[in-house]
Design a protein around this ligand. Structure first.
Ligand SMILES: Nc1ncnc2c1ncn2[C@@H]1O[C@H](COP(=O)(O)OP(=O)(O)OC[C@H]2O[C@@H]([n+]3cccc(C(=O)O)c3)[C@H](O)[C@@H]2O)[C@@H](O)[C@H]1O
Ligand SMILES: Nc1ncnc2c1ncn2[C@@H]1O[C@H](COP(=O)(O)OP(=O)(O)OP(=O)(O)O)[C@@H](O)[C@H]1O
Ligand SMILES: NC(=O)CC[C@H](N)C(=O)O
Length: 571
């Protein structure tokens, strides 16, 4: 049985940075070659980053992507890395149209190509808008083993390339991915890889991107699964990693079997019938342990923020820190993502701010060591009111807007990106001030319901205690009743249902697309359902103007849920 040393490079590309991404592939190929790997596989659209959206329509971008493949192949060979077979995702186009493509590089040239067959067109994906599907399955022979090549969504469909791979009697299927994180998706993925391994009657090697691109965060979770469903290696989530392992795989027949009448035509490419074995065996493959839901989500939010800030050329962020739970959790995420020295937190007290709010903001600053300031807003609010006759809601919102102006002034003056703090529950019902507390470049809590905000706060503090660190979030910020403090004695509970009740209704209406009658049938109070649904529908205009934020759920506001603003239909 031939033994192949396979490397899976779970790494973090940047969309549009063809030069930077090529040099990442070069660097990690060099590590893989150093570890004696015969084959190294990189994620989907590695050279362009993923998803590239309408960049696909620019001919200059497609041409640059194709050029990057050729230049990378040549560079690898001239640097003595040409013998390592490199499998890498890129953007291609032929006479049929743009392709989500995979290149195989060997000894200075692109020796094989595969075009993604199944194009996802649901949720955040729009691949029917961008790509033409491939209709052939590429099988490369390396070291006497036949390896079928597939791309991401190909794994999610039955009866496609994996079924054809079984007919082609391959020993291994490599699947390269740009598969975004969602809570619990890792469980789905493992089951799916096992199903496809059974369908292909072959070992499956799954390599995923890690890192964030705008609202998507990719968790990695690369793995190798045997045809009987047994997991033999699994990378950790949310970290770059080169997984190298020795695989004993069935030898290919001297002549590839003829596959007729299948969904895809099989194209066989011979690269090598034997390979040079390394003197040293590869280290035993590791199966990274799974973490709790809270730990997983926290890592997703930290990486989502860090990559957004870093990839957009910023060093730090500024946060309006109220002493309440939302801004406290955003601040803790920012400190973990960027280090407290790169986090400016500003307490912006008004005449309605309670002493405990001011104290809790200061306490959080002390606990974390971030850059803390106090900017009282009352003089600015008063001078506005001295020049304009405002009352009621207009005055309440004016305070939030003065805070927004101050935060943007700090950003303009000193450079940090402003983070906004509205959680998913508030965004759902429009409980925020437009151009006020909703001001900002990025919102780490955009897809985090309020009840989960509290859970994450508790988890983060407990985690600090487990590590012997100071818990970053003041206990009182977690336990006190939420209040916008825009008028005396104001509580969220005056305007909104209890958050436990609200989040349960929102999970059904937003995440589950249930209608009013389904929600009432599920046991919710009809009057509360009606009020909540009305608030959600009316707030579409606010969401359409809201900052981007990391997706962690099956249905995040934004691309996952596209609704008209002008809309007279209600359930
Ligand atoms: N369909 C539509 N398309 C486009 N724009 C539309 C619109 N409908 C209203 N608008 C515009 O939106 C305005 C109303 O929105 P907005 O000005 O935000 O005001 P609004 O939503 O009426 O009030 C903000 C609410 O958020 C609460 N809140 C909760 C939590 C935190 C904070 C905080 O600030 O810290 C605030 C606050 O207590 C208040 O109840 C209208 O005056 C109109 O200009
Ligand atoms: N006194 C304040 N100083 C600084 N920022 C403030 C102040 N009051 C409100 N903000 C900003 O406005 C945001 C919205 O207020 P909101 O009350 O919804 O959130 P919170 O205070 O963080 O949490 P909670 O809703 O649980 O009280 C805050 O997260 C914060 O960024
Ligand atoms: N890039 C893709 O094809 C992703 C689609 C796939 N269903 C996933 O989320 O993993």
């Amino acid at each position: 049985m031939p033994r192949l040393r396979l490397a899976l490079a779970q790494i973090d590309p940047t969309v549009g940075d063809l030069t930077g991404n090529s040099s990442l592939v070069h660097g990690w190929t060099s590590k893989a070659a150093g570890a004696g790997a015969h084959v190294v596989a990189f994620p989907e659209m590695m050279l362009t980053g993923y998803p590239v959206e309408d960049l696909v329509f620019r001919r200059s971008f497609v041409a640059a992507s194709k050029r990057a493949v050729d230049e990378l192949a040549a560079q690898l060979a001239s640097d003595g890395l040409g013998d390592t077979v490199v499998i890498v995702g890129y953007l291609d186009a032929d006479e049929v149209g743009p392709r989500n493509a995979l290149a195989v590089l060997h000894r200075g040239t692109q020796v094989a190509t595969y075009f993604k067959h199944h194009l996802p067109n649901y949720g955040v994906f729009d691949e029917d808008r961008y790509f033409e599907p491939g209709d052939t399955l590429t099988v490369i022979r390396v070291g006497g083993v036949d390896i079928a090549l597939t791309i991401c969504e190909d794994l999610w469909q039955e009866g496609g390339p994996f079924a054809v791979a079984a007919l082609a009697q391959v020993g291994l299927v490599v699947n390269i991915n740009g598969s975004p994180y969602e809570l619990n998706k890792d469980d789905t993925r493992l089951a799916l890889v096992a199903r496809r391994a059974a369908e292909a009657r072959s070992t499956v090697a799954y390599v995923n991107t890690v890192g964030a691109q705008d609202e998507l965060v990719f968790d990695g979770d690369s793995m190798v699964v045997r045809p009987d469903g047994s997991l033999i290696a699994r990378a950790q989530q949310f970290a770059e990693q080169l997984m190298v392992l020795d695989l004993d795989l069935p030898a290919a027949a001297p002549v590839p079997p003829v596959v007729a009448g299948a969904e895809l035509r099989v194209v066989n490419v011979l690269i090598s019938d034997s390979v040079v074995d390394s003197d040293q065996p590869a280290p035993a493959p590791e199966i990274a342990a799974r973490v709790t839901d809270e730990a997983e989500i926290w890592q997703a939010l930290v990486l989502g923020l860090r990559d957004y800030v870093r990839k957009n050329g910023f060093r730090g962020v500024a946060i309006a820190l109220s002493g309440g739970i939302d801004s406290a959790v955003v601040t803790a995420i920012a400190c973990d993502a960027l280090g407290p020295a790169n986090v400016v937190a500003v307490s912006l007290p008004s005449g309605h701010s309670s002493q405990h709010s001011k104290d809790d903001a200061e306490d959080m600053a002390r606990r974390t060591g971030l850059d803390y300031r106090v900017e009282p807003i009352q003089p600015m609010v008063d001078s506005f009111l001295a020049n304009m006759a405002l009352s009621g809601l207009a005055v309440e919102n004016l305070q939030a807007r003065v805070r927004g102006v101050i935060m943007m002034a700090i950003s303009n003056q000193e450079g940090p990106l402003v983070l906004t703090t509205g959680n998913k529950s508030e965004l759902a019902v429009g409980y925020s001030t437009l151009y006020g507390d909703s001001v900002g470049a990025f919102n780490p809590l955009k897809d985090v319901p309020k009840t989960l905000v509290w859970k994450l706060a508790r988890w983060r503090n407990e985690e600090a205690e487990r590590r012997g660190d100071v818990p970053p979030i003041p206990e009182r910020s977690i336990t006190k009743p939420p209040s916008a403090e825009l008028r005396p004695g104001q509580l969220d509970a005056d305007s909104l249902p209890d958050y436990e009740v609200l989040d349960a209704i929102l999970a059904g209406y937003v995440d589950g697309d249930l209608g009013r009658d389904d929600l009432v049938a599920a046991g919710h109070d009809p009057a509360v359902v009606d009020r909540t649904l009305r608030m959600v529908d009316l707030a579409e205009y606010k969401r359409r103007q809201s900052a981007p934020g990391t997706k962690i759920s099956i249905k995040a506001f934004g691309r996952d849920r596209r609704l008209p603003i002008t809309n007279r239909f209600s359930n």
